[in-house]
Structure formats: C-alpha cells, structure tokens
Design a protein around this ligand. Structure first.
Ligand code: TTP
Ligand code: MG
Ligand code: MG
Length: 435
C-alpha cells in the first residue's frame, strides 16, 4: 500500500507534483498526496464508483448530502446499495429492507432508477475510454483499465492520469470513484476496494507477497461463501497459509481451483485486460456426448443453457430482443431459428420458453449433436422485461428469478437449482408464455 517512502508524489486534489518528504501538498495544503516507490512502473488499474446508485441520487438532490440514504425497496425488498453514512449504521447491500431500517431508522429510502444509473455508468465509461482503449467493464460501475504504453499520449504516467481521472469524474459527473493500481488485475481490484470511498491504493510487485499474506482468503476471486467455508473447514483462513502450501497439494485438494489459489495467493495473475467489443449476441451451446433426438432430453439442457445466457446478460447489464435457437444435426447440418420478443429480455425463463417453443417444432426424430440458445439485438437493461408489459405469470417468474439470484449470491450456485435443470424431464413440460 502507499507508503511514506522518500519518493516523489502526486497531489490528488490539485494534481501538483510533490517533492520527497512533503507530507502535505505544498501547492494546496491537501494531505491526499499519493506516493509509492513503484508509482511510475504500474499500469493496470481497477476503478469502481463509490456507493454508486446512492451517489447519483445525492448528486441530484443536494439536500440528501449529509443524510443516510438507502437505495432499494424495489421488486426484491432488499437494499441495492446505501451511502457511506448509512454504512456506519450497519446498512449493507442485499440486506432486507426492514433490517436496514431497524439499523438506521432515519434513513431516506429511494427506489432505484436503473435508467439513470445506466446512463451515468456509460458516461463514466466514456471518460475511461478517453484514457485507453483497453477498458474491460465488470459491471455498471467498475472496469479494469490497462494504461501500459499510454505515457507518451498523455504526457504523464498512469498514476497521474488516474488521479486526474478521479478528479475529473468528481467535477464533471458529480460522483466519486476509488482507484486501485497494480501490475495485475487481481491486485488492482483488491486495491480499489482498499480505502473506499475516494480511495487510491497502490500495490507494487515488491510488496505483493507480504501484503497478500495478511489478507483473508475471501479476497481471492472465486472464493465465495461456500468455498471459503470449505477452506475454513481445512483450517485455511488467511492467504499466508495458502502461500505455504505446494501447488500440487492445493490441486489435489481443490482441483483447478487449487491452481488458482496457488497462483493468486502469490500475486501471480497473467490475465490481460480484455476490452469488450460491441457484442452482437450472447449465447451458450453444448455438444452432447451422444446424439439426442428426444424433446424431453433436450429440455433440461436448454434450461441450463438459458440460465447461463441470462447470467451473462445480467452481469453485463444488457438484454436482447431476439432469441436464437441453434441445433446441429448428427450429420453436421446447422439449423438456427429466431424469434423476436415484444420487448428485450435478460430473464432465463423468457429465453427458455421462447427457445422451447422453437425447439418443439424442430424435434421430429432428427438426432442432434449440439444445442445452443442465445439472444441478439442487444440493448441496455433499462427497457428490458417491463413488468406491466409481460403477463402476470411471467412477472411472478421474474420475481422468482430475482429471489433465486439473490440466494445464489448468498449461498453459491449449487444451493439453488431450478426444477427444470435437474428435475425429471417430465416435469419440464413447457408452459407457454405469450410474447
Ligand atoms: P458495488 O460497486 O458493489 O457497490 P457500490 O458502488 O454501491 O458501493 P462501493 O462504494 O462499495 O463500491 O455495486 C454497484 C451498484 O450495483 C450499487 O450501487 C448498486 C448495485 N448493487 C445492487 O443492486 N445489489 C447488490 O447487492 C450490490 C452489491 C450492488
Ligand atoms: Mg461501487
Ligand atoms: Mg462495483
């Protein structure tokens, strides 16, 4: 983390260069001087907006500035997010609304306005793209940036460019961000979370091992509630314990996850920042071990694939208007079928039922070796699945899916499987949904 070594620094408020030894910025008096021995050598960043939805609402209503604000109480009856004042009182994302209000009765509760947040998220992303084309969005309010090789273009090193960016977002958009800077994605993401809000943390190569050693295993990507419980069961809670285990040992115990634990616990992460090209469609397909002709056998596969597509759409905050079914016959002929929906969707259930309808027409005894489902005509989520336009049944399904998603977030994917995926094929008889 940023240490007070005798190195040059950057004032995060006025962007002046600070000399070694100056605790405060000479130009503006700010204590927010960024210093780190490797500052000039690091170029992988992760930027995440602070209390994003709440920050946007506070920006738009200055009377909320010093009040605890909770965004939530929408469809799911849980907290989407809350400002840092509400967090002091114990309010957290995904908390049931009634609990949040018990913890913080004076909070101002605001219903989420997704359209607005998508718009602001886009603005932030546009500003990121002015720094480098290598921007990999992770969600509505965060992205990785690779600033390698941009020094000539900007006339400044990545650390400076990022400090200027954070200020610019405050000035022009009116919300704050936190920045993490390191040599790899894993540590950049860990760093951005380290001194939120308005944070800027740096993790250099030299300190990576010792920094990681003190951290809980839960900071490792992919170590969620379920897996950290498995590790805890084996007596492993902190990363230094992982650092002491051999790769082979970890792999024997945890399979491919063991390999990831080995690498990440040592700060080894070679994944590159992948800019998201304008995706034309999102789809998922599978080739069977042996060819399948029976409709009943294809249904659970379609269900599982629909869920996968839906999860990816939700993660990327996008939706699709056209559902595309793809089949490959035993003799390698490809069949694709399209159906346009009344309004875009990102719900597994709507994708599944639309696909099912098309699949029914194709199952005529032909043996298939591959099944795929996807959506195209991508749009942002703001116009997707409006509850007043879909029938009551599918609205209920949307609520159920929301509930399932939040259970999965809490307990892991295995905890919640729908009847269609693993239930008996007979139960998987379609109910038609009118689109
Ligand atoms: P986060 O970046 O996880 O959280 P945040 O920006 O609110 O707060 P932080 O300062 O800790 O980054 O998520 C971004 C937005 O996504 C958040 O403002 C609201 C939404 N969200 C939910 O709707 N439900 C959730 O459970 C979480 C975690 C986020
Ligand atoms: Mg955030
Ligand atoms: Mg985020």
């Amino acid at each position: 983390m940023a240490v007070n070594a005798p190195v040059h620094g950057i004032c995060r408020d006025c962007l002046s260069r600070a000399s070694p030894g100056e605790r405060r910025c000479k130009a503006c008096g700010s204590p927010r001087v960024l210093r780190h021995e490797e500052l000039g050598a690091l170029s992988i960043a992760h930027i995440d907006c602070d209390a994003f939805y709440a920050a946007v609402e506070k920006r738009d209503d200055p009377s909320l500035r010093d009040k605890p604000v909770i965004i939530g109480g929408g469809k799911r009856g849980v907290v989407s997010t809350c400002c840092y004042i509400a967090r002091i009182n114990g309010v957290r994302s995904a908390m049931p609304m009634f609990k949040a209000l018990e913890a913080c009765p004076e909070a101002v509760v605001i219903k989420p306005d997704m359209e607005k947040y998508v718009r602001v998220g886009r603005q932030v992303r546009e500003m990121m793209l002015a720094l480098t084309p290598l921007v990999e969005p992770l969600s509505i309010d965060e992205a990785f940036l690779d600033l390698s090789g941009t020094e000539r273009l900007h006339g400044a090193e990545p650390a400076f460019v990022l400090a200027r960016f954070a200020r610019q977002v405050e000035d022009e958009i009116g919300i704050t961000v936190s920045v993490g800077l390191s040599y790899c994605k894993f540590l950049a993401k860990v760093a951005s979370d380290f001194n939120k809000p308005r944070g800027f943390s740096v993790i250099g190569r030299d300190e990576a091992l010792s920094f990681l050693a003190q951290q809980p295993v839960t900071i490792i990507w992919g170590v969620g509630k379920a897996f950290s419980a498995t590790l805890a069961n084996d007596g492993i809670r902190t990363i230094d314990q992982l650092q002491r285990l051999e790769r082979a040992d970890l792999m024997r115990r945890y399979g491919t996850m063991g390999d990831r634990l080995h690498r990440l616990s040592r700060g080894m992460d070679t994944r590159t920042v992948e800019p998201r090209g304008e995706a034309k469609s999102v789809s998922s397909e599978t080739t069977f071990d042996k060819d399948i002709a029976a409709f009943e056998e294809l249904v659970p596969v379609l269900r599982a694939l629909s869920e996968r597509v839906s999860a990816r759409l939700k993660k990327a905050e996008i939706a699709g208007r056209t559902v595309v079914l793809k089949l490959k016959t035993a003799d390698f002929r490809i069949r694709t079928r399209n159906r346009q929906l009344g309004d875009p969707t990102r719900l597994a259930d709507r994708i599944f039922h639309t696909g099912l309808d098309m699949l029914k027409r194709e199952t005529d005894g032909t043996r298939f070796r591959l099944l795929g489902i996807g959506v195209s005509d991508l749009t942002d989520v703001a116009k997707a699945d409006p509850p007043d336009l879909v029938d009551r049944l599918s609205h209920k399904r949307a609520l159920a899916e929301g509930a399932i998603d939040s259970l999965r977030e809490k307990y892991g994917r295995e905890a919640v499987e729908t009847g269609y995926t693993f239930g008996r094929a007979k139960k998987a008889r379609p109910q038609r949904e009118d689109d």
